[in-house]
Ligand binder design. Structure first.
Ligand code: 5RP
Length: 229
């Protein structure tokens, strides 16, 4: 059922793609559905080029013969299509469930428009049920994790922090970094949390995406619902 919802969202996103566009290609199972549909359009003559946010998306794009380029070559992207782990009423997001948050944020910032595609399970009133991913340098990462909790405690957030694992091994991002997942309850002021996290030495990026998207396509059983800001 979730897969069907993701496909519905992905199909709708395709209608926003125009010939000649430079596209940011996000990461995750919903984006994978989009890539499959996009590759069909390319076979039918659509001319686009994409910049990927992860090795996983790069591998699938190559398999599907989607032409890729780099941000350095194109400078600005017309449109980025990406997924999300949580979406609140304000269209603030938690991303990074797939571990690609740093590259996803770089691409989102380099795009004229960030279009989010997701199934309806991702909609929430307030962010924070989903653990907030924070990408950190492996160097002295324990100290960074203590500092993260200390700073958040000082502004009233309590909870736990855990180093992301991939089976028994530490999860390593495409950039060679670690991820800490934060359970700090509902996040009432995402912008404050974001600013505090990104000022901590050793923190590269966090999974809060605030004021970056104005449009979300939610796939459901019937089709799609489009939420705009
Ligand atoms: C990866 C992400 C994904 O966009 C997010 O995890 C959603 O994935 P899915 O479409 O599989 O639910 O942020 O870092």
């Amino acid at each position: 059922m979730l897969k069907e919802m993701k496909i519905n969202a992905a199909k709708e996103a395709l209608s926003y793609v125009e010939d000649g566009m430079k596209l940011g290609l996000g990461t995750g199972s919903t984006v994978d559905e989009f890539l499959i549909l996009l590759s069909e359009e390319i076979k039918n003559g659509l001319n686009i080029c994409g910049v990927v946010t992860s090795e996983k998306t790069k591998n699938l794009s190559n398999k599907l013969s989607i032409p890729l380029t780099t941000l350095e070559k194109v400078n600005k992207l017309d449109l980025t299509i990406d997924g999300a782990d949580e979406i609140d009423n304000d269209l603030s997001l938690i991303k990074g469930g797939g571990g690609a948050l740093l590259r996803e944020k770089i691409i989102a910032f380099s795009s004229n428009e960030l279009l989010i595609i997701a199934d309806e399970s991702k909609l929430v009133d307030k962010l924070g049920d989903f653990k907030l991913p924070v990408e950190v340098s492996p160097y002295e990462h324990d100290v960074t994790s203590l500092r993260i909790m200390d700073k958040l405690n000082k502004i009233g957030y309590k909870g736990s922090i855990s180093l992301r694992k991939d089976n028994q091994n530490i999860f390593i991002t495409d950039g060679g970094n670690y991820i800490y997942d934060l359970s700090i309850g509902l996040i009432s002021e995402p912008n404050i949390v974001e600013n505090i996290l990104n000022l901590i030495p050793g923190v590269f990026e966090n999974g809060l995406f605030i004021n970056l998207t104005k449009k979300v396509i939610i796939g459901n059983k019937e089709g799609v619902r489009i939420i705009t800001k």
